[in-house]
Design a protein around this ligand. Structure first.
Ligand SMILES: O=C(O)C1=C[C@@H](OP(=O)(O)O)[C@@H](O)[C@H](O)C1
Ligand SMILES: C=C(OP(=O)(O)O)C(=O)O
Length: 418
């Protein structure tokens, strides 16, 4: 992909039915549960992107056999018995928060030493809570560079039992501990020491574990075993937010198929946010449809549960008829980039009055001027800011290839809206 991509404004309101690729979050949970199950699982609707390839390689390093049928979006996983496995060498989680935060507790199941590392970007993200938790449950932990950051070495087996972990930085620490829990001698019994962000992702963790035969009660998992499963993965709801946002800002219609009322993903609630702004939303058992109206209202909204869609909303808010205040998302400063700072900086570059708040941002509507947006090696900066180009002239996206983290074909799919 070239270094810069020009977004062509739509000449009429969008009218489309789309099906984004599989959920990153569900794919990476299913890959791990399948790898820890005694037997062979078949995963369908799998996302093939950098984050999930990182997880495929990682569970391969743990000893699972992973066979890809990419054109069928299917992966077959033959799991391991971690109790008999030794350390897994060095695992490169690339840019993937889920892979790294889920792998550290899983590596602690092995009777040996495993190093988890990642890209420079991942090395800048926080890991202290999960490393501290692993020490509490009997794993050896070495921070190989800075305390609280990757690379880190984990030596198991961890025995499990009661453990405390914070919830306000990332829910991924808790999800990782829960998924490794059933394979620890004492199971796991987690107590949160601070309020949990991204709550729906923990519900998703429990749902995927249940599909592989493990029941979580509260934050307690008894010792037990995963069962192999045939498991279908729904389209990615965070990816869907860009298409739903496109419907809202162009006064058009987008239906996302495969994302129904029974979705495991909290981010489907982005449609509720658009509804509050004045879009009309239809939800069925297997699809969600957003229709934009003549006008969009600015709103005041807490997005702590659905923060991966906060940047999408920032782009949509530019076209509302009053200011939009997003709260509850101070923790997204620790994601691929400082997402609060980055989105405000870029909107201001386009002449939009955007203001950084300690826990989020406020976007005032305006007419964006021709702008080349920087994307900070953050796939969601690139995907979100591209929406502005559907309505405004002269919008360019720098380093569009960064979308490969979760959605390699994003710009091809976006072009089909025209
Ligand atoms: O568990 C998951 O799959 C995820 C949880 C969220 O992270 P935090 O819990 O760090 O907010 C989300 O932003 C990320 O894209 C995926
Ligand atoms: C924050 C994200 O990913 P992760 O934490 O899994 O790297 C994301 O996909 O927006």
């Amino acid at each position: 992909m070239s270094d810069v991509l020009a977004v062509a404004p739509l000449t009429r309101p969008v009218d489309a039915t789309v099906r984004p690729p599989g959920s990153k979050s569900i794919t990476n949970r299913a890959l791990l549960c399948a790898a820890l199950a005694d037997g062979t699982s078949t995963l369908s609707g799998v996302l093939f992107a950098d984050d999930t390839r990182a997880m495929m390689s990682a569970v391969g390093a743990l000893g699972a056999t992973v066979t890809l049928f990419e054109s069928d979006r299917t992966v077959v996983v033959r799991g391991i018995d971690p109790g008999t496995a030794g350390g897994a060498g060095t695992i490169d989680a690339r840019q993937s928060g889920t892979t790294s935060r889920f792998l550290l507790p899983a590596a602690a199941l092995l009777g040996g030493r495993t190093v988890v590392d990642g890209s420079e970007q991942l090395r800048a993200r926080p890991f202290g809570p999960v490393l501290g938790a692993l020490r509490q449950i009997g794993a050896g932990v070495e921070e190989l560079d800075r305390p609280g950051f990757l690379p880190a070495a984990v030596t198991g087996p961890a025995h499990g039992g009661p453990v405390e972990v914070s919830g306000h930085i990332s829910s991924q620490f808790l999800s990782g501990l829960l998924m490794a829990g059933p394979l620890m001698d004492r199971g796991i019994d987690v107590t949160l020491t601070s309020p949990l962000v991204s709550v729906p992702y923990v519900e998703m963790t429990k749902a995927v574990m249940a599909a592989f035969g493990v029941t979580v009660t509260g934050l307690t998992v008894p010792a037990g075993a995963y069962r192999p499963a045939d498991f279908a993965i729904e389209p990615d709801a965070s990816a869907a937010s860009y298409f739903l946002g496109a419907a809202a800002i162009t006064g058009g219609r987008v239906t996302v198929s495969g994302l129904g009322t029974g979705s495991l993903q909290g981010d489907v609630r982005f449609a509720d946010v658009l509804e509050r702004m004045g879009a009309s939303v239809t939800r069925t058992a297997d699809a969600v449809t957003v229709r934009g109206g003549d006008r969009l209202r600015g709103i005041d909204v807490d997005m702590a549960d659905i923060s991966d869609t906060a940047q999408t909303l920032a782009a949509v808010a530019v076209f509302a008829d009053g200011p939009t205040r997003v709260r509850g998302i101070g923790f997204i400063r620790g994601k691929e980039t400082d997402r609060v700072g980055a989105v405000v900086t870029e909107l201001r570059r386009a002449g939009i009055d955007a203001v950084e708040d300690p826990d989020g941002f406020t976007i005032h509507p305006g007419a964006p001027r021709p702008t080349r947006f920087a994307t900070y090696d953050d796939h969601r900066m690139a995907m979100s800011l591209s929406l502005i180009g559907l309505r405004a002239h002269g919008i360019e996206i720098a380093d569009p290839g960064c979308v490969a983290k979760t959605y390699p074909a994003y710009f091809t799919d976006l072009a089909t809206l025209g």
